[in-house]
Design a binder for this molecule. Structure first.
Ligand code: AQP
Length: 347
């Protein structure tokens, strides 16, 4: 699934020593794009690394969140990590705000970063333009917190979509800058580029990506959507003008997106799906796709309910993740404070 592994030069033998860090913002329940583009890929590589999967709630509040809903989404995202197959015996799952060193290091990194370096971030430019209203400073400094998330744990590998590559570069640059100024402290992480074809577009607009904080629920299929909701959303999904069922992103962006989802839901090749629907209508494709997505999500939904109906096990897993993360983060911050001259000098 992770096809193009660029900058990645470690041998299989020492992979167990590698630390992989990744996370998702609990801005809502996750959608099939998050699953296909991130979580499913995590489950496929989790056995190769020591993995830390974070629920990055501090990143979520860079745009306003309703407190009760944020609590709920945070637990649902944690349950979803487990439901899709993240193994809590191999991986650590924890909530970002429960490890205070993330914000502490984020602040220190901010003092070493030029405004122009943050102003260059295309995601900030895009997001602030899209919101069309004055955006919070948190959205601007978001890449510093992301850098802290990664550097605190001596992360060696970060799986990223193409929209995060620039933030990863900033992280790498800050690690080097700190090391040069204060002595070798941070590991410079490698970028694990995710497969480009794993980008899922919005059902109601195939020119923008599927997004959990989209203003319309018609944009996405949440992993928790009921079968009837899934059927309705797919049947109403935008199609292209014409009646070709053929994968061509330029000419048929909407149908290409549906074919991509079909491929990921069933494991069948796009060629094979095209062949089955040659000469048939968009309605036929959509009906079959809805059933394929329902089948893909059924076991995941059962397990999400399992972890949320009685949260005892989930709490134990989150506590263990938090405690282990704090242990590592405290050690790293002790070195950082010492090297930067903050607080009292220890002997
Ligand atoms: N449409 C998508 N297709 C494939 N992968 C996707 N991801 C997000 N959308 C798609 C991947 O899922 C992870 C989620 O990261 P995030 O929640 O921290 O941020 P995001 O990328 O901004 O996700 P959303 O769903 O669009 O959230 P909102 O609407 O809150 O901003 C990442 O690995 C991302 O690549």
């Amino acid at each position: 699934m992770i096809a193009a592994v660029q900058h990645f030069r470690h041998s299989v033998n020492n992979m167990t020593q590698e630390l992989l860090f990744s996370g998702v913002k609990p801005t809502n329940n996750l959608h099939i794009g998050n699953y296909i583009g991130a979580l499913k890929q995590w489950t496929e590589i989790q056995h190769r690394y020591r993995c830390f999967f974070c629920i990055v709630d501090l990143h979520a509040i860079t745009v306003p969140q309703a407190p009760k809903k944020l609590h709920e989404s945070t637990l649902t995202v944690a349950a979803t990590y487990l439901a899709v197959g993240i193994d809590p015996n191999r991986c650590r799952i924890f909530i970002q705000s429960e490890v205070p060193q993330h914000t502490e290091l984020g602040w220190i990194l901010g003092t070493m970063t030029k405004m122009a370096e943050l102003e260059r971030m295309t995601q900030f430019k895009d997001k602030s333009k899209k919101r069309g209203e004055p955006v919070g400073a948190g959205l601007f400094t978001y890449p510093l917190l992301m850098a802290a998330d990664i550097l605190l744990y001596d992360t060696t590998v970060v799986p990223v979509g193409d929209d995060q590559v620039q933030h990863l570069e900033l992280t790498r640059m800050l690690a080097r800058r700190f090391n040069t100024q204060f002595g070798e402290t941070f590991t410079v992480p490698q970028t694990l580029i995710q497969k480009v074809g794993a980008r899922i577009m919005a059902l109601n607009n195939p020119t923008i990506k599927m997004s959990k904080s989209a203003s319309s629920t018609a944009n996405y299929i949440a992993l928790t959507d009921e079968p009837n909701v899934i059927r309705k959303k797919i049947m109403r999904a935008m199609t292209d003008s014409g009646n070709e069922i053929h994968y061509d992103i330029e000419k048929y962006p909407a149908i290409s997106n549906l074919l991509t989802i079909f491929h990921h839901a069933t494991g069948r090749t796009i060629k094979d799906i095209e062949k089955e629907f040659a000469g048939k209508g968009y309605g036929d494709l959509k009906k079959a796709l809805a059933e394929a997505v329902i089948t893909m999500l059924e076991p995941i939904q059962k397990r999400i309910h399992y972890y949320l109906d009685d949260t005892g096990e989930l709490m134990r897993i989150l506590n263990r993740g938090r405690d282990e993360a704090i242990g590592l983060a405290e050690t790293k911050m002790k070195t950082v404070l010492e090297r930067t001259g903050l607080g009292r000098q220890s002997n």
